[in-house]
Design a protein around this ligand. Structure first.
Ligand code: TIU
Length: 229
């Protein structure tokens, strides 16, 4: 059954069975001290505001029986999937692949690459490992969505203007309608967060819609599994 969520610039219509929640890169490497985010000179505490809203939309999506997908940004231990243009960011000795307090920075299998405990995936939720900023680049995400008939994405995670934006732009070009969950996203730069959200909703929703976790959880509530909706 179709439902509607209040959103900017216009209400967002969706069918839970044809929608997925995508939680982008809520990893220790970005949210905790000693990881990739801090190595780039950022105050990682600025991302904590997204955790509780992510928990709220995860709970609502799971209760509604929606597909939930998590992503992680990271690279192979031999860095064969990491372009030099990316590795060369940040100070030498604190770059991708260098050792840090949570293991090698932004490397798959290291403690820093894990999704934070508060948002850990549960059984049956696919985790997409991505080498780039966008979740569609060099991953299985698009066929995974097509096989399940997904046409709308609810997008949360970090950072708003980097991996969330890139993923939403990729999704929009592939024909998916994206609802970005403002308070479930965060940036090391609050002004970039605000501007990135404004950019999505501007021009009549040039590549998406913007809403928040409260409005989304309220809209999903009548669709809880086992309830008539
Ligand atoms: N640095 C920054 O803002 N973001 C990233 O490097 N990756 C993600 O956004 N996940």
């Amino acid at each position: 059954m179709a439902a509607v969520i209040p959103a900017d610039p216009a209400p967002f219509a969706f069918t839970p069975a044809r929608s997925a929640l995508v939680v982008i890169d809520m990893q220790r490497d970005f949210l905790e001290p000693g990881g990739f985010g801090e190595s780039l000179g950022n105050d990682v505490s600025l991302l904590a505001s997204a955790i509780a809203p992510c928990q709220a939309v995860l709970a609502a999506a799971r209760a509604a029986g929606m597909l939930v997908i998590h992503t992680r940004e990271g690279h192979r231990p031999d860095l064969s999937d990491a372009p030099p243009a990316k590795v060369e960011r940040g100070p030498p000795g604190m770059r991708i692949g260098d050792p840090g307090p949570m293991g090698r920075i932004l490397i798959r299998g290291e403690p820093g690459h894990d999704i934070i405990t508060a948002l850990a995936p549960i059984a049956g939720e696919p985790v997409i490992d991505k080498p780039g900023k966008g979740a569609f680049y060099a991953t299985e995400l698009e066929p995974m969505l097509r096989h399940r008939g997904i046409e709308a994405l609810f997008v949360a995670g970090v950072t708003t203007e980097v991996c969330v934006h890139t993923t939403v732009r990729e999704a929009n070009d592939r024909g998916f309608r994206c609802l970005v969950i403002a308070d479930a996203c965060a940036s090391y730069f609050p002004q970039f967060h605000a501007t990135a959200l404004a950019m999505i909703a501007a021009q009549g929703g040039i590549f998406g819609w913007v809403s928040d976790s409260t409005r989304i959880a309220a809209a999903l509530n009548p669709h809880r599994e086992g309830k008539a909706a």
